[in-house]
Design a protein around this ligand. Structure first.
Ligand code: FMN
Length: 207
């Protein structure tokens, strides 16, 4: 039996990234996001124009996409309700967002210089991709945007590269942090409480 349900969210499960972008003062802003997928050498990101990240990328289209695994979940959660934007929209204020200009420090993560873009990546990230935004498209009438990112260079932890190859990630070793309906999962299990779920007032989990 199936029910017809008016779902409040359609976040079925996607990898959690930290997106690095250049803030107006030249520092690197870091933002958790998970509406992301890849096709050939292009990443497609779904983000709101109310984020500092999209505003930064409109001005300066360089980024680093830092993939995460379970070892980074506390760091991601620490910056879940922070924004690099001084002016915080009413909707975000209600969810508990505050302004934070240095999300690396707030997360306890280490900035690392990039090879081909002028923004810093996250040293702790097992896979990070330097990229340039090629196009930004509006979704519907509101603030949502899709960003097409040309992937220019990818850095991968040695142990994730398939033995005897230089070109493949080993799917048996790579276990991405997944956001499923605002909750953090890895290896199929819940791995950390989620500040985002609290901010969104999601129903409590009953395992
Ligand atoms: C795990 C996680 C996933 C998120 N995914 C998205 C997303 O896919 N798109 C989006 O616009 N915001 C997403 N957010 C919310 C952004 O992180 C939030 O808008 C934040 O303010 C962005 O930071 P910034 O304003 O400094 O750019 C997510 C937050 C978390 C914690």
């Amino acid at each position: 039996m199936k029910r017809v349900v008016d779902l409040k969210a359609l976040y079925f499960g996607t990898p959690v990234l930290l997106v690095s972008s250049a803030s107006p003062d030249g520092s690197t802003n870091l933002a958790p996001m998970s509406s992301a997928w890849w096709l050939d050498r292009t990443a497609v990101l779904g983000m709101s124009l109310s984020s500092q990240t999209v505003r930064n990328l409109v001005e300066r289209p360089e980024c680093v996409l830092n993939l995460t695994d379970a070892s980074m979940v506390s760091a991601v959660d620490r910056i879940a309700l922070l924004t690099g934007s001084r002016e915080i929209p009413e909707r975000k204020l209600k969810r508990g967002y505050t302004f934070e200009p240095d999300k690396f420090a707030a997360a306890g993560l280490t900035p690392v210089d990039s090879d081909v873009v002028g923004v810093q990546g996250v040293y702790e990230s097992p896979i990070r991709m330097e990229g340039r935004v090629r196009a930004i498209h509006q979704i519907g009438e509101g603030n949502l945007r899709t960003l097409e990112v040309d992937i220019l260079r990818t850095h991968v932890d040695e142990e994730l590269v398939m033995p005897l190859t230089d070109h493949y990630i080993d799917p048996l070793r790579w276990d991405p942090l997944i956001m499923k309906f605002t909750e953090f999962f890895a290896g199929g299990s819940l791995v950390h409480p989620s500040a985002l779920a609290r901010g969104w007032e999601m129903p409590a989990l009953t395992p």
